[in-house]
Design a protein around this ligand. Structure first.
Ligand code: HAM
Length: 418
């Protein structure tokens, strides 16, 4: 019978790498917690309308990449392709927006997009995200961006860049959209691109093909068409970022792939990742709550790609995780010693020490090999002689030094690191 395989484009993190993966997720989440963001655990699938109305029907994410299915009650459900629309649905459903504002939430977990898989582009992708909802203050934009930056810095990342732009609001965007559409209508674009220019002209600016990019050289750009309020807002965001010591580059061509964005948009890029260099991004989405049937409240947030951030760490030679799975490895020699070791493992674990032991009655040589492989700091060896004396041998695996310790003092000896 042939062996089964994981679906295409779905990464797995096995011991050895998974510690780094967890450290990336925890470190990014910690940066959010330091900013006063509360954790929200969201459903992995939602009513399809949450994403159609929230993210936008004309986006690739919704129109081409969603995993949509009908459940047994004939309801259309979709695996979440992103987190913001679901957070907003939950805020409205649970009335969080009627409490103190801004509502500040963070989340982490898998998202699903039926993209063409390649290095750094997955069908099950992981993100750590934050959303700050209900107060429109440029200082909040700066806070959100600074939290992402702080998360990356805490991991030790240095080689990434932050690009920032503003794409305007419902007052100035229609005028800009018209100017852009007029410009695009005069270009010799192929039919699919011309169609996109009619439906979602901003997305055309993001076309990666060099021939299209050269046609776009003189295109009108969003930051040049901002209304006075948006211009003032954007300049306050930049001032606040500078005051916070966050380094950024203005990129007037920055376009995000989701429809809900307004005003401030940003992306973190790591050049070592090649074609999939976006390690995180986000922006303001002031019309989203209303489009989901709620009151007209503003919001801003980010989604940081956990998988890609891990790739960036690897590219910079960083190992944020604790690679050793255990602190202590127990080596029992003989049947009676195995029982003693199993009891000792329980006592050490109860005191928070990470413990593994040699199972299956392996001999001294094989057990010590397993101890070395485990990455443990200490091996504790228990044989017939030790059992008779009421002692154990503690071996410091790095230096090789070994000493005899009374059995009832072993937990203390490990905890004090002596
Ligand atoms: P997004 O730019 O679509 O934004 O995704 C955020 C990050 O998720 C990307 O920068 C990238 O690192 C990672 N990512 C996206 N797709 C993939 C993929 N196929 N494989 C691997 N990583 C991927 C959002 O999702 C918004 N919800 C972010 C946001 C929150 N905006 C406001 N609040």
């Amino acid at each position: 019978m042939s062996l089964l395989q994981a679906p295409r484009g779905v990464p797995e993190y096995l011991p050895g790498v998974s510690a780094d993966f967890l450290a990336v997720r925890n470190t990014l989440g910690r940066a959010a917690e330091l900013g006063g963001y509360g954790y929200i655990e969201l459903p992995v699938f939602e009513d399809t309308a949450v994403f159609v109305r929230g993210v936008g029907e004309s986006t690739d994410v919704v129109s081409k990449e969603m995993y949509t299915f009908t459940d047994r009650g004939d309801r259309s459900l979709s695996l979440r392709p992103e987190g913001t629309a679901g957070v907003m649905r939950s805020v409205l459903e649970n009335g969080l927006h009627r409490g103190s504002l801004p509502v500040k939430l963070w989340y982490a977990g898998p998202f699903f997009r039926a993209e063409r898989p390649q290095q750094g582009r997955y069908r099950q992708l992981q993100q750590v995200g934050v959303e700050a909802i209900g107060i429109d203050d440029p200082l909040l934009d700066a806070e959100v961006i600074a939290i992402a930056d702080e998360g990356y810095r805490r991991l030790g990342l240095r080689g990434y860049q932050l690009y920032v732009s503003s794409i305007g609001c419902r007052t100035c965007r229609p005028g800009y959209r018209e100017a852009l559409q007029e410009f695009l209508a005069g270009l010799p674009l192929d039919e699919p691109t011309a169609e996109r220019a009619r439906l979602n002209p901003l997305r055309v600016l993001d076309d990666k093909r060099p021939d299209v990019q050269s046609l776009l050289e003189g295109a009108p750009l969003p930051p040049d068409h901002l209304c006075d309020d948006c211009r003032e807002h954007f300049s306050r965001v930049q001032q606040a970022l500078t005051a916070l010591g966050v380094r950024f580059t203005l990129n007037p061509r920055l376009v995000r792939g989701l429809d809900y964005y307004t005003r401030t948009t940003f992306e973190f890029d790591h050049p070592a990742l090649g074609a999939q260099s976006g390690i995180g991004g986000g922006g303001r989405y002031d019309g989203l709550m209303e489009s989901l049937g709620g009151p007209d409240m503003s919001g801003i947030g980010f989604g940081l790609g956990t998988d890609r951030t891990l790739l960036a760490c690897q590219a910079e030679g960083l190992h944020p995780g604790d690679l050793s799975a255990v602190d202590v490895f127990l080596v029992p020699l003989g049947e009676a010693a195995r029982d003693a070791a199993s009891r000792l493992a329980g006592r050490l674990r109860a005191d928070g020490v990470r413990v593994d032991m040699a199972f299956g009655g392996r001999g001294m040589k094989g057990s010590m090999k397993a101890a070395d492989k485990s990455g443990a700091r200490w091996a504790i060896i228990i044989g017939d002689k030790e059992l008779a004396e009421g002692t154990v041998q503690i071996k410091h695996l790095e230096s090789g030094s070994q000493r005899s310790v009374p059995a009832d003092e072993v937990v203390g000896a490990i905890l004090t690191g002596e």
